[in-house]
Design a protein around this ligand. Structure first.
Ligand SMILES: C[S@@+](CC[C@H](N)C(=O)[O-])C[C@H]1O[C@@H](n2cnc3c(N)ncnc32)[C@H](O)[C@@H]1O
Length: 326
């Protein structure tokens, strides 16, 4: 992974590619633009296309996301096509968990999925209301500890911080430890929904966020189990405080492939490009967007040496304390 990552740096290829396998979803989350079941579009990519894209882009890691990736009936074939005989790329499956079972978990990890990242927005049934998906929390509360009990240490939770769950972030951490998994936090971005409803902006809320992130930093130092580096946790506060955070490396260190094969620098913008070369030439030089601080972006803002150090200490991809989302 380290040599692949170094090669990507030197050749300006993306370290991480997020394959959005579908834009259909079993949930309809209040903070997301990908909610609800939709017919698949013409030109949907198939397993062989993902193999071709992987060998063209040669990422160190891929994220299988969406929409809800478990809606793809050919998911197993896609994973087979994405994985190289070497075991690369490091493969993270991001899911709401609704269609997940223990059997599916064992099958997908045998095929080479390295990390299973389940989204959790609340530590109780408020999760169902926020995701408009009745019974989802109850399902996760059985599923996640069952998967964790296998002891492979490849299951994590991911939580997008919103104004709605601001008061529950430590309880979500406690739920993760109770279920035996690690957790990664990211920040709500209004870029998907064009709504400030879930954004944290009042002085009181920002002060509470500051105190809560400090508490999470202390918990991380004491018990681990929080995947964020200290700089990404404090960056979450800076992002909400300033409404923006500079230094985004979209299109260079990470990029997104839509379900029909469009190449995008990130999932927040609709423009697609025929190649990463075009993204580097046309989009990257003009990119002054600081409008999100989702994990794929925040983790990859770091310098080469910081990323190298974090990977050597297993903090970002792989290892016992990893957790990652999109
Ligand atoms: C788009 S979903 C796709 C994968 C899967 N359906 C799931 O729910 O995990 C991936 C992640 O994006 C997060 N997300 C959705 N809308 C967001 C937003 N506006 N800001 C930050 N994160 C967001 C979700 O919470 C989820 O963890």
């Amino acid at each position: 992974m380290i040599s692949r990552g170094t090669w990507s740096f030197l050749t300006s290829r993306p370290l991480v590619v997020s394959f959005e396998l579908t834009h259909s979803c079993t949930a309809d989350c209040q903070h997301c633009d990908k909610g609800g079941i939709k017919p698949e579009p013409k030109g949907l990519l198939h397993a062989a296309d993902y193999g071709r894209l992987r060998s063209m882009l040669k990422p160190m890691a891929v994220q299988l996301s969406g929409g809800e990736p478990l809606l793809r009936p050919d998911l197993e074939d896609i994973i087979r096509a994405v994985k190289e005989p070497s075991g690369l790329p490091y493969t993270i499956l991001v899911s709401n968990g609704r269609l997940f079972t223990e059997e599916k978990y064992l099958k997908l990890r045998a095929l080479g999925v390295n990390q299973f990242s389940f989204s959790l927005d609340f530590p109780d049934e408020r999760h169902d209301t926020f995701r408009r998906s009745r019974g989802l929390y109850e399902h996760l509360s059985h599923l996640v500890p069952t998967l964790a009990a296998h002891g492979f240490d490849d299951v994590a939770l991911n939580t997008a911080i919103t104004r709605d769950n601001l008061g529950s972030l430590v309880d979500i951490y406690k739920r993760a430890t109770q279920w035996g998994v690690s957790i990664s936090y990211s920040a709500y971005t209004p870029l998907r929904t064009h709504s400030m409803d879930h954004y944290i902006s009042s002085a009181d809320d920002l002060a509470l966020l500051h105190r809560t992130l400090d508490e999470l930093l202390a918990l991380k130092a004491k018990n681990g189990r929080i995947a964020n580096s200290p700089w990404t946790l404090s960056g979450i506060h800076d992002f909400f405080l300033h409404g923006s955070i500079p230094g985004c490396k979209a299109g260079q260190r990470f990029m997104v492939v839509t379900p029909t094969g469009g190449l995008r620098p990130c999932s927040m913008f609709e423009d697609t490009y025929p190649s990463q070369k075009e993204i580097l030439k046309e989009w990257v030089p003009k990119n002054d967007c600081g409008g999100c601080y989702v994990s794929i972006r925040s983790y990859l803002d770091a310098s080469f040496w910081t990323l190298l150090k974090d990977n050597l200490s297993n903090r970002v991809f792989g290892g016992s304390k990893a957790a990652k989302n999109c």
